[in-house]
Design a protein around this ligand. Structure first.
Ligand code: ASP
Length: 589
């Protein structure tokens, strides 16, 4: 049908006869001349109809926004003074000769260039319209280009793209499973994969050596700000490669991708241990664009009267830390109240602070509701340790270690952005040397990555003191987001059984749930490892977007529903019967 994309026309095409197809972006009537901005995926071109050609002119007059039209016309220079440098096609226009309406459109649910006024619910309900917006087209295009780059990179490095099942058994990655009832096996359920983890490991046992897949994963997680129940991973696994080799080949993939697709040089990624990340940044995914660090002060508080600090300072499971905000003394009482409310989301029961007005005056130069409880010596020792200057503010956290880390870690991120303190645009790093397990709130233990991660000790040492065990895990972090995570895997049956035991999974249960893996590990499983990148988050960062929903064509809402299709939906009694499922009556509240 078409000779050119609308958005591709340039001065080179002047005097050419062209046929274009696209959507009416805007129609303007300028003193007897009709201008149609016609849009396709490459951009917008201005088409002019004058009354000389009566039929086309009348048709052009009748079209409305979002009609689909076909135009035949002549490309010409725009008249002097009407050149639009903001448009790719801004130096030219098309003199319309013939116009055909290919399809009409009802009045759109929202103006495409006015989407900011529209709720996300409405945008998602009309996603087919929302995706017409040039901004969304751009993001989808970047997404396709990134996938293509990744495939090329991995293909040319000897990786094989192998698909793994969607209807499967549970693969624990720390979330709830989505389950699918089986019709043919009454009372039994498939689980949708939280990741292809176990299959990719079995592919290593089978000798494929290097595997990848751009894989859909499903996790029924609690409603957290920016998660999707189904999302996409770039899933990678390799045999006979050590941690350094795996990190190098994947780092190279990401640096190449950023350079080629968005012109960004990420440089070599620094490595930081998990312990250092938690201690200095209160986070296992520190945003290193932000220069502020947490500083431990428990030793200085251990002997003071003030229980709020002295209590945690003398408890091994707690932490007392300070965060110095340079120039933060200008924060108002209201700002501080807001930050206090903010840290309460993370369980902090308050937010103590000291403003440094004039250090030369000693404790007299400090402004704070807590100095009197700390005493002069302690207050000044803290100031010295933090190397404060006049005009700074220091915030404190004193509580269970995880509460302090989460609260001050989040505060550090927020204040850094609020006070415009970020020192660079991109800050990648690897976080390494992770503990194998962590304690859950109910006193149990859980794997920090997943139970297939290789501990860096023997099975006996592991079982003797699971919480002390380190693991060969690594995460790639960019600007405070986890881009990817992975590990060297357990490739020996005995070690895998030990890990299950540590997690309170009996040998019997392990056999029932993971027998296929344990079996695979008995038959010459090679040493192997890998990792997975979150594709959605990667595109989000590369396109400078705030939410992963913006880079997924048809995302779900935060309540895991799809406003477009109204999924999830009810099924008929017939279907339920076939599945031998009887619904319990909904409890009326
Ligand atoms: N399967 C892991 C995950 O989805 C990634 C990996 O260890 O390769 O987080």
């Amino acid at each position: 049908m078409r000779s050119h994309y609308c958005g591709d026309l340039r001065v080179e095409q002047v005097d050419e006869e062209v046929t274009l197809v696209g959507w009416v972006h805007r129609r303007r009537d300028h003193g007897g001349v009709i201008f149609l901005d016609v849009r396709d995926r490459e951009g917008v071109i201005q088409v002019v109809f004058d009354p000389d050609r009566e039929t086309s002119f009348a048709l052009a007059d009748s079209v409305r926004n979002e009609y689909v039209i076909e135009i035949n016309g002549l490309v010409r220079h725009r008249p002097e003074g009407t050149i639009n440098p903001d448009m790719g096609t801004g130096e030219v226009e098309v003199l319309g000769k013939e116009l055909k309406i290919l399809n009409k459109s009802e009045t759109p649910p929202f103006q495409l260039d006015d989407h900011q006024q529209v709720s996300e619910e409405v945008r998602l309900k009309n996603r087919f319209m929302d995706l017409r917006r040039p901004e969304m087209q751009q993001k989808m295009r970047l997404r396709a280009q990134v996938s293509s780059y990744i495939r090329n990179y991995l293909d040319s490095n000897g990786f094989l793209d192998i698909e793994t099942p969607i209807l499967t058994r549970a693969t624990p990655e720390g979330a709830r499973d989505y389950v699918v009832p089986s019709r043919t096996h009454e009372g039994s359920f498939f689980a949708l994969p939280q990741s292809p983890q176990l299959f990719k490991q079995l592919l290593m046992v089978s000798g494929f050596d290097r595997y990848y897949q751009i894989a859909k994963c499903f996790r029924d997680e609690d409603l957290r700000a920016d998660r999707q129940p189904e999302f996409t991973q770039i899933d990678i696994e390799m045999s006979f490669m050590n941690q350094q080799e795996i990190m190098a080949i994947t780092e190279n993939m990401i640096t190449g991708l950023f350079k080629e697709k968005i012109g960004v040089e990420l440089g070599e990624f620094p490595h930081m241990t998990y312990a250092e990340a938690m201690s200095k940044y209160g986070s296992d995914k520190p945003d290193l664009r932000n220069p502020m660090q947490l500083v431990d002060v428990a030793d200085l508080m251990a002997n003071i009267e003030f229980k709020v600090f002295a209590g945690p300072a003398n408890d091994a499971a707690s932490r007392v830390a300070a965060l110095k905000v340079p120039g933060g003394a200008s924060l108002t009482r209201k700002n501080i109240d807001e930050y206090t409310k903010f840290v309460s989301i993370y369980g902090a029961r308050g937010l103590a602070w000291i403003k440094v007005n004039e250090l030369a005056k000693g404790v007299e130069g400090l402004q704070s509701p807590i100095v009197k409880f700390l005493g002069e010596d302690v207050a000044m020792q803290i100031m010295e340790r933090l190397e404060v200057k006049d005009g700074d503010i220091v915030f404190f956290g004193a509580d269970k270690t995880n509460v302090v880390n989460e609260a001050l870690g989040a505060l550090r991120n927020k204040v850094g952005v609020d006070l415009d303190m970020l020192t660079c645009e991109w800050a990648p790093l690897w976080v390494v040397d992770w503990p194998m397990f962590e304690q859950t709130s109910d006193g149990g233990i859980t794997a920090i990555h997943h139970p297939f991660t290789s501990p860096s000790c023997t099975p006996a040492e592991l079982e003797a003191d699971p919480l002390a065990a380190q693991s060969d895990a690594y995460d790639m972090v960019l600007n405070g987001c986890e881009l990817g995570g992975g590990s060297i895997r357990i490739h020996e049956n005995e070690m895998q059984r030990s890990v299950f035991r540590c997690l309170g999974i009996s040998d019997e249960e392990a056999e029932e749930k993971f027998g296929f893996l344990l079996n695979g590990l008995k038959y010459g499983a090679p040493p192997h490892g890998g990792l997975a990148f979150g594709l959605d988050r990667l595109i989000m960062l590369m396109s400078g977007t705030e939410s992963i929903r913006e880079v997924i064509a048809f995302p779900k809402t935060q309540t895991a529903a799809c406003p477009l299709t109204n999924a999830p939906g009810e099924v008929s009694n017939e279907q339920l019967k076939e599945l031998s499922i009887k619904l319990r009556e909904k409890i009326k509240i």
